[in-house]
Each structure stands twice: as C-alpha cells, then as structure tokens.
Design a protein around this ligand. Structure first.
Ligand code: PLP
Length: 463
C-alpha cells in the first residue's frame, strides 16, 4: 500500500514489482481467453457505475492494477470465437512487444530522432511490400486503413491537381459502391467533397465494373470536370469482393489517374494467395492493415506508394525546428515529409518481433486457415435447410442469414448468448449476419460452433 505519493519517480524495486505484476496479469488474461464470454455481460449503467470516477489527489499505487480484472470482464475479448467486423486476433508476441515500444519511447520522426526505429520501420515496410507482391514500394506505418486512405487521397490530389497552396479546385474520384466509408470521409476532410466521389456499380460478385468506370470518367470529362483518382478495393469491407485491379489499372493509366488500392482488409492475403490480387503492383498506392490480416494488436495500419516524391509533395512542410542537419542519404531520412504525423509511435517493433518470431510460413498458413474456415462455413450454410448465403465468399467474410427468422433479432440473441461473436451488414436493404475470419486462434470447430449457435439463437426467438 502506498500512503502518500508526491513524485512520479519509481524506485528500482517498484519498477521490478510493477513489471512482474503486469506480466502476470497479461499471462492470466491470455490463459482465460478460451473461457471468456464473447460479449461481456454488462450494461451501460453498470460499466459507468464501476469505471467512471474522479481523479484522486493522492495516488493509490500498484492497487490501481486491481481494476484490470473488472475492466477485462467488461471488454470484448478477441479469442477463438470472435468473428465480428474485420478485427485481427491480437498475436501475443506482438502484444508483449508493445511494452518494449513504450519502454523505449522512441519518437519515430526521422533517423536523427530514432536511428534503429527508423531503420526497422523501413525494413518492415519492405517486408510488407514484398508480402503483397509489390517490392520496392516506400511508405510508413500509421494508425489504420482510414488514415492510410486519407493520406493516399492527399497524395493523389496533390499529384493530379495540386491544391496544397491555393486550395482545391475540385477533382473527381471513382470507386465501387462497396467502398469503405473511410473514402467518402477522406473526400470530405480533403475538401474534395463527398458528392465528387463516383460510386460505380458492381457485378454479381460485388466487384467494380470497369466498363462503367470508363464511361463515368468519359462523361465527367465531357462535362468539363477533372477526374483525379480511382480507388480499387481488394477485399471490400462487407463481402470481401476483390475489384479487377488489372483492368482498372489499365483505365487509370490511359486516363492519367492516380490508382489507389484499398487493401486494408484483404491486401495481406496476397501473402497466401497472390493469384487473387493480379495487378496490385500496378497501383500508385496501397493501404494495408497489419492489425487485420497479420493478426497484430491495434494499431498497425500502413500506406505504401511507388513515388516518394509524390508523397513529399503532399506532406512536406518547412520549419526550422525540424530542419535536418545532415546530408547522408540514410541519416537524413525523415518520415514527417511523407506522412500526416510528426510524433510517431515505434509501431514497427511489434511487427519486427512478431514476423520474425513466427516466420513467413506461419502467417501464410494462418491466412490459409482463415480462407478455408470461410469456405467451410459457406458450405455448411448452403447445406443447411434453414440458412442461406447472402453474398459470394471471395475471401474470409461470410454474409448469411436465417431464411425464416428476423436476422436482426437473431443476431441480438446470438451476441447475448456470449458464445460466438458475429457482426452485421446489409445488402440491398436486407439485414445480414457476417462472420469474418482474421483469427489465428479459430479452428474448424469454431465453424461448427457458429452454425450451432445461430440455430440455437434462432430457436430461442419468435420469428
Ligand atoms: C477496415 C477497413 C478500412 C479502415 O481501416 P481502419 O484500420 O479501421 O481505419 C478501410 N478499408 C477497408 C476495406 C477496411 O476493411
């Protein structure tokens, strides 16, 4: 028990005890994952009553860590039965490396501020570019796909209709109707305007139709508008559809448009299935999320691009307090000329540890297992008389529902049962259950459990 703290300094003994205690807490949490409910049994009022408190004048010392248990009990665990959204399962080698990241507390602005971290991030970027079949791309890690997409559009806009100095004179961007909402958000934030995003119709497999893309561009030019960029998605957020990147790239090249690929969900599956991603290397920029299909704990997004000068044109900003006093090609490297961020976490360390600890083959095998689990679930749904697939399964997202029940009520019941977690989406106004496998802990037994839980939940509700 700490009586009165009036200093932030810890003694050596306190530091040792603290780290040991936290390591024990983390170990116990991971070991408890298989038993945990997939959704905590709590309410808004209960969590607030327990966790909303005032900041005390006197410190309570290590006793504060006793609140971890109640916090974990009111958190949604990413164990072997979690299949909601596109949410990676939190690989522990990477997770423990987060403590080392914070202990080192590097500010990865540039080589000068963090020689090892800068070199490691550039190395990891080259691994990720290789993993998706795009060797030679530059880039940086960031908070996630939304930030990566925003940065990509900022680079594209500056490359195709320079706006940084005098403001945006407009610019039209094309994507499919299945695009992730981070793209219209980026249009809004960049002042390009959401109405200047053209949502191209998709085919039966929910992929962008290139001929309709071509026609939309031609129509806009005829109307005197200025097309600047096309966004292809490799793994749409709802169904995992992969746009035909090669054909889209040919149109982008012919029309002199920036081609950005949003691979936040699916891009890293190229590690296991490069043949699904033909044309990816033709992109000017690619977003990928290691906190999705490389199982890293959040956050770990990444933007890759071919032309570093384009990124610099979009992001570089002069200020004497960050002027680099070095001409050496390695030592003069700065991230802030190619990114929105200045102060940056050493995100690359967890990737560096996790990717080398396990090796490439283990990640490839985990992705293959996810793809196989999704196919297995799709088969079981098709064979089941009460269930129906609502969309083709292109990657690891399975959209389905009960034929006769209110699927929204069914999902609420399923989540309350706490044994598996699925999320929801909709197609053409139809509510769909959605199971997405980006989970290195999931097995074929998890697939059986999804089916039996859906049926049990269906039996517990009225139609
Ligand atoms: C998840 C996702 C995003 C956004 O990524 P965040 O890391 O959540 O910001 C963008 N596009 C697609 C296709 C996604 O699946």
């Amino acid at each position: 028990m700490k009586s009165q703290r009036n200093s932030l300094l810890l003694s050596d003994g306190e530091t040792t005890a603290l780290v040991d205690a936290v390591a024990d807490i983390a170990k116990a949490y991971w070991l408890s994952l298989p038993e945990r409910r997939t959704y905590p049994a709590t309410s808004g009022a209960e969590t607030e009553a327990l966790l909303t408190r005032s900041w005390s004048e006197e410190g309570i010392g290590p006793a504060v860590f006793e609140s971890f248990g109640p916090i974990a009990d009111r958190s949604r665990p990413a164990g072997d039965r979690f299949f909601g959204y596109v949410f990676g399962s939190g690989e522990p080698v990477s997770a423990v490396s987060e403590l080392l990241v914070a202990a080192l507390n590097q500010n990865v602005t540039s080589w000068r501020s963090s020689p090892a971290a800068t070199t490691i991030e550039r190395t990891v970027i080259s691994w990720l570019a290789d993993a998706i079949g795009c060797p030679g791309l530059s880039g940086s890690l960031c908070g996630g796909g939304s930030t990566a997409n925003l940065m990509a559009l900022a680079i594209a806009r500056e490359a195709k209709c320079s706006a940084n100095e005098n403001g945006s004179g407009g610019g039209i961007v094309y994507c499919s109707k299945e695009v992730h909402f981070s793209i219209p958000k980026a249009m809004a934030l960049l002042g390009l305007g959401r109405k200047n995003l053209r949502l191209i119709e998709t085919d039966d497999a929910l992929r962008m139709q290139p001929d309709l893309l071509h026609r939309a561009i031609t129509d806009d030019r005829a109307a005197g508008l200025m097309p600047i960029a096309v966004i292809a998605t490799t793994g749409t957020v709802v169904s995992g559809a992969i746009d035909p990147v090669e054909e889209i790239a040919a149109i982008a090249r012919e029309q002199d448009l920036w081609l950005h690929v949003d691979g936040a969900y699916g891009g890293l599956a190229a590690l296991a299935k490069p043949e699904y991603f033909a044309g990816l290397s033709l992109a000017d920029s690619v977003s990928i999320d290691a906190h999705k299909w490389l199982y890293q704990p959040v956050d770990c997004g990444c933007l890759l691009y071919r032309d570093r000068n384009a990124a610099r044109r979009a992001f570089s900003q002069q200020a004497d307090y960050v002027r680099v006093l070095n001409e050496d090609p390695i030592e003069s490297f700065v991230f802030f000329d190619e990114s929105i961020e200045l102060t940056r976490r050493f995100r690359a360390l967890k990737l560096w540890m996790s990717l080398q600890y396990h090796g490439r083959a283990a990640f490839r095998a985990a992705i293959e297992q996810d793809l196989a689990n999704a196919q297995l679930l799709a088969r079981k749904i098709e064979e089941h008389p009460e269930l129906e697939l609502f969309a083709p399964v292109s990657l690891s997202a399975v959209c389905f529902g009960h034929r006769d029940k209110d699927n929204e009520a069914l999902l609420r019941r399923l989540i309350a049962r706490g044994r598996v977690y699925l999320s929801n989406a909709s197609f053409g106004g139809r509510f769909t259950l959605r199971a997405c496998f980006v989970n290195h802990r999931a097995t074929p037994q998890s697939v059986d459990l999804i089916v039996s839980e859906v049926i049990d939940a269906a039996n517990e509700i009225n139609d």
